[in-house]
Design a protein around this ligand. Structure first.
Ligand SMILES: Cc1cc2nc3c(=O)[nH]c(=O)nc-3n(C[C@H](O)[C@H](O)[C@H](O)COP(=O)(O)O)c2cc1C
Length: 398
């Protein structure tokens, strides 16, 4: 078996049975294509490569053949690959991904010029309605060129999708492989949350004790980030409000930071919160807020007492802001035997649509065990990686 085939589905099956033509053009970012192709395959995809002659001067076709298990099509043959993959045929591919895409190839696609295997495929795909995703990569002066920009607009008018480059110095750089793969999953994945506006509130609060110290907790932010990524992949318009936590947020996730319960209230009371169809609150929010002292509490005290007052409950205000929106919230209990009763209490008290119970064991690690409760009375225990659980939790929204 070719080594590329052994990779299939090693990470997930999110692209299983999806066939992708990967068009590679003559940008220096083509050196990332081995990684890109293999990552798509790890999520289950089959990748058919095509290269422009310029691309073959940047990366050798053998490397691409090794990465995908297929000889890249550099020149169309009597097989009419452009038609059998992207034409009006019974079984066209699911996506034509051109990554990286040069200024030259963008402009040719916009004008219907097809003098390479990649541009011919693009013309065919536009004509037959096969989705096309372009990932431009070039020097900023090329990207800012008015004609190139105009050609990007022409492509967009014809339904071509773009993943915008990240502008850094004088470069319009291709996004990281991970972001390209996530965008592919979002574009041709199950899309069952498409057009839903979802807000995830996650991470810990951090309440000041004095001007430099905070009272916080061990929430890692992993569940919040996993929920945001899964919602993004499934086509949702997702926003993350992220507290004090370590888990990095991918660049393609829109997020706002908060620190204190007060910060969170400011965000929730803003009328813009009403735009969300669904909110998932997995944040570990302080139940007690210290009375803050100014300056720095001096060191050297033998004992120190910090007065705290009870924090107001965020869920109450959130429900009053979103009387008809879906709200799911997490409840953490020390003892597993109390979880069902306490989670049910949370669900009824704040008129939630769903509630997720878990124990302290869920804090920090990769895995969790959760009880999923719906307002219709359905209850299920699930155990697994936080990424897998995120998907099950988002299933509750449908
Ligand atoms: C080393 C090297 C790097 C290049 N990088 C880029 C690039 O990042 N983006 C771009 O638009 N053109 C880049 N070019 C120029 C293209 O290769 C050139 O415009 C070529 O005609 C593109 O052909 P193609 O679109 O058919 O691949 C580069 C050229 C060389 C030699």
């Amino acid at each position: 078996m070719h080594p590329a085939k052994e990779l299939r589905g090693k990470k997930t099956n999110k692209l299983l049975h999806k066939r992708i033509v990967l068009g590679i053009t003559g940008s220096i970012a083509a050196v990332e294509c081995v990684k890109l192709a293999r990552e798509l395959i790890r999520h289950g995809a089959t990748v058919y490569p095509m290269m422009t002659p310029s691309a073959t001067r940047i990366i050798h076709p053998d490397a691409i053949e090794f990465a995908t298990g297929y000889k890249p099509v550099i020149q169309l043959s009597g097989q009419t690959e452009h038609v059998s993959w992207c034409g009006l045929v019974q079984d066209p591919v699911d996506l034509l991904l051109i990554s990286p895409c040069t200024a030259n190839t963008i402009s040719k696609i916009a004008r219907g010029i097809d003098d390479t295997s990649v541009t011919t495929c693009a013309t065919t795909a536009i004509g037959s309605g096969v989705p096309i995703l372009l990932v431009p990569a070039m020097h900023l002066s090329m990207y800012d060129h008015k004609i190139v920009q105009k050609n990007i607009e022409i492509c967009k008018d014809h339904g071509v999708l773009f993943l915008d480059p990240s502008i850094s110095g004088h470069k319009a750089k291709s996004p990281e492989v991970l972001e390209i793969v996530e965008t592919v999953i979002r574009t041709i994945g199950k899309q069952d949350l498409k057009n839903k506006k979802i807000l995830i509130i996650g991470g810990a609060t951090a309440e000041p004790i004095d001007d430099i110290r905070v009272l916080t907790n061990r929430s890692s932010g992993k569940t919040a980030v996993a929920l945001s990524i899964d919602a993004f992949e499934r086509g949702a318009d997702v926003e993350l409000w992220y507290g004090y936590a370590q888990e990095p947020v991918p660049s393609y996730i829109t997020f706002k930071r908060f620190e204190t319960v007060h910060d969170l209230f400011v965000l929730i009371k803003d009328k813009r919160v009403k735009q969300f169809d669904s909110v998932i609150v997995c944040a570990a929010i302080a139940n007690y807020i210290p009375k803050k002292l100014n300056g720095k509490i001096p060191s050297g005290k033998e004992t120190l007492t910090i007065d705290c007052f009870q924090a107001p409950v965020v869920l109450e205000t959130l429900r009053s802001q979103l009387p008809h929106g879906e709200i799911i919230a997490f409840k953490t209990e020390e003892q597993k035997k109390n979880i069902k009763r306490r989670t049910q209490q949370l669900l009824s008290e704040y008129h939630l649509d769903g509630a997720i119970g878990n124990t302290l064991a869920g804090f920090g690690g990769e895995y969790n065990e959760v009880l999923l409760l719906t307002k219709k009375g359905k209850s299920t225990w699930k155990k697994g990686k936080k990424e897998e659980l995120a998907s099950v939790i988002l299933d509750m929204l449908r």
